[in-house]
Design a binder for this molecule. Structure first.
Ligand SMILES: C[S@@+](CC[C@H](N)C(=O)[O-])C[C@H]1O[C@@H](n2cnc3c(N)ncnc32)[C@H](O)[C@@H]1O
Length: 281
C-alpha cells in the first residue's frame, strides 16, 4: 500500500452548524492540549493501548477524530512512517499546515458526516471529547466510527471523568456547577463510564479497559502539578459561563476560583481517565 488517500461517500447523520465544544480554543488552550498529550503519554508509557503496533509498523490506515493540534497524529506518525494518518478537526485554524508526508488533516464536523467509505480505517483513535458531544451524539459517533473500521480493526477511546476523587469544597462546587452546565446541554461529565457499553452495543469484541487515576495536586509531584494546572486552565475557560449559571458576580467567581486553585496545591485530588479499545470482527 502506498501513501495515497482516497475520500469517497459521506456517512450522514443529524446536521450541526458548529461543533459543541464548549471551550473557546485560543493559544492557551492549544498549549494546554499539547501539554496534556505529553502528560498522558508519560503516564501511560504509550500513545495507545490497542494491540496494533505490529500492524502500524507494517503500514495501516489510521484516523484521529477531533485531532485538535494534531499532536497525537504527529507523534504516532513519526513512530510508524509506513502507516497513513488522517486527523479530522472542526476548527480549521487548528489544522497543521506543515506536516509529515504520511499525514493529512481534514476540516470536518464529525456530527455532520464523515467523508469516508465504510471499512476505510484499521485503527481509529478518539480522545478527550467529553466537552464536545451530547450523550446521544457520542453514541452516534461511535456507531459511525465502527462502520468506518475495517474487519480486525481497532477503535480506541480515552476520556476523563470530571467528578474528581477527594475534591476540596471549592473544587467540588466548581465541578458540580460544571456538571450542571454539561447536563443542561445533554452532555455527560462521566461519559467515560459509558464507553464500554457503547463498544459492546456496536458489536466490538475483545474489549479491554484501563482506568488510570492521575494526580491533580502538586503534592503528588511534577505530574500532579502539571495536570492540576492543565485542568485549571481548562475549567477557567468556562469561568464566565459558570458565573452566569450561578448568578454570581465577577469578584465572587474569582474568589471561588482562587480557592479552587489553592485546593489543588493543598489537597491530593485525582482524576480518573478511562482508556478502552475494541476490535471489529
Ligand atoms: C479537547 S480537544 C481534544 C483534542 C485531541 N483529541 C487531543 O486529545 O489532544 C477536542 C477537539 O475536538 C474538536 N471537535 C469538537 N467537536 C468536533 C466535531 N464535531 N468534529 C470534529 N472535531 C471536533 C475540537 O475543536 C477540539 O480540537
Amino acid at each position: 500500500m502506498g501513501n495515497t488517500f482516497s475520500t469517497k461517500k459521506k456517512l450522514f447523520f443529524k446536521k450541526s452548524k458548529d461543533g459543541n465544544y464548549i471551550i473557546k480554543v485560543d493559544e492557551l488552550q492549544i498549549d494546554r492540549l499539547q501539554q496534556l498529550h505529553h502528560i498522558l503519554k508519560i503516564c501511560c508509557n504509550s500513545n495507545f493501548i490497542s494491540p496494533i503496533s505490529q500492524d502500524l509498523v507494517r503500514g495501516i490506515d489510521v484516523l484521529d477524530v477531533g485531532s485538535g493540534t494534531g499532536t497525537w497524529v504527529f507523534d504516532v506518525s513519526s513512530d510508524y512512517p509506513k502507516s497513513r494518518f488522517t486527523g479530522i478537526e472542526i476548527q480549521s485554524f487548528m489544522l497543521p499546515t506543515i506536516r509529515p508526508s504520511n499525514t493529512r488533516f481534514i476540516y470536518n464536523d464529525i456530527l455532520e458526516g464523515i467523508p469516508f467509505n465504510h471499512n476505510s480505517f484499521d485503527f481509529i483513535h478518539m480522545r478527550c471529547m467529553v466537552l464536545c458531544f451530547t450523550d446521544l451524539q457520542y453514541d452516534k459517533v461511535i456507531r459511525n466510527l465502527v462502520d468506518l473500521l475495517r474487519p480486525n480493526g481497532f477503535l480506541e477511546l480515552c476520556e476523563p471523568n470530571l467528578y474528581f476523587k477527594n475534591m476540596g469544597p471549592a473544587t467540588k462546587r466548581v465541578m458540580d456547577e460544571l456538571s450542571r452546565l454539561l447536563r443542561a446541554r445533554s452532555m455527560n461529565p462521566s461519559i467515560n463510564d459509558r464507553l464500554h457499553g457503547y463498544l459492546k452495543k456496536y458489536g466490538l469484541q475483545e474489549i479491554q479497559q484501563n482506568d488510570i487515576t492521575l494526580p491533580l495536586s502538586e503534592l503528588d509531584g511534577e505530574i500532579g502539578s502539571l495536570l492540576g494546572q492543565n485542568m485549571i486552565n481548562a475549567v477557567s475557560a468556562l469561568k464566565n459561563l459558570l458565573a452566569k449559571q450561578m448568578n454570581i458576580t465577577n469578584s465572587e467567581i474569582n474568589q471561588l476560583f482562587d480557592e479552587f486553585i489553592t485546593e489543588t496545591k493543598s489537597i491530593r485530588m485525582y482524576c480518573k481517565y478511562t482508556m478502552i479499545y475494541g476490535k471489529k470482527i
